[in-house]
Design a protein around this ligand. Sequence first.
Ligand code: 0GY
Length: 303
Amino acid sequence: MSMALADKSPGWIDWHPNPSKPTFVPPPGAVDAHCHVFGPADQFPFAPERKYTPCDASRDQLFALRDHLGFTRNVIVQATCHGADNRALVDALNHSDGHARGVATVKRDVTDDELRALHSAGVRGVRFNFVKRLVDNLPKQPLQEIAERVASLGWHIVIYFEAHELPEHYDFFTSLPTDVVVDHMGRPDVTRSPDGPEFGLFLQLMEQHPNFWSKVSCPERLSEIGPHGYGDVVPFARTVVESFPDRVLWGTDWPHPNMTTHAPDDGKLVDFIPKVAVTSELQRKLLVENPMRLYWPEQLAAP
Ligand code: 0GY
């Protein structure tokens, strides 16, 4: 591989080398339900069609962070820099001792054998990414076909979009035949009111469609006031947690791709949790019961 392929995108901020120990102690068995692995590029090259080149962020570094933060499990989500090449993800799942499950990206030509192999590795969902700076326009027909095929495996679909794009995609999203998990509350503009029409449409989506779940993650990306508590994101996330306590997930978003303002301290991100899930019951649902139901249901069924 040429040097150029491994060069980080201009302005890329590396992940925090030394995150603090959070004050908040997660409940036993807590799941970080949104994080990524990047490369290492010399082992798992980034996709030629990618829109950014990240720094390496390996599975062992992810698992060390999990332990440092007091979590037990990870849900590793395929990022666009690896396209539909899920090898880094599968390698991480295979080395997780069953402590990680995954969300992959696949193309319409994926074979049934490939889907079965992903399932055996621990993949339980596919991600459809609509964020325009991250991917080229995705035609809906192939996505619909993928959706129907993964529905038969019992998988769900993770969707990533920005709030202003929700009206355009609303009918497609609500036609999906699986559980649907929305990344980062649909990326609200937190300078607007949580009671306003833009966030109102997202709340309506959640309210009227009980197959929809939301990650109340990513204050580091949504906040306009920066890392000191991410207070402007709190009312949005708290509303979602309290309105839909059985359909919310939380994740670090490590290693925080495309951050341009600061390298988030993951310990401080964990300290965001009790601000949005203010009782131990809400915290247990957010961090343990909900992600276990979606990603490790067989463990809940065990006697
Ligand atoms: C995220 C963040 C981003 C990137 C990706 O797939 C990706 O490349 O998810 C982003 O830049 O917003 O949510 O993890």
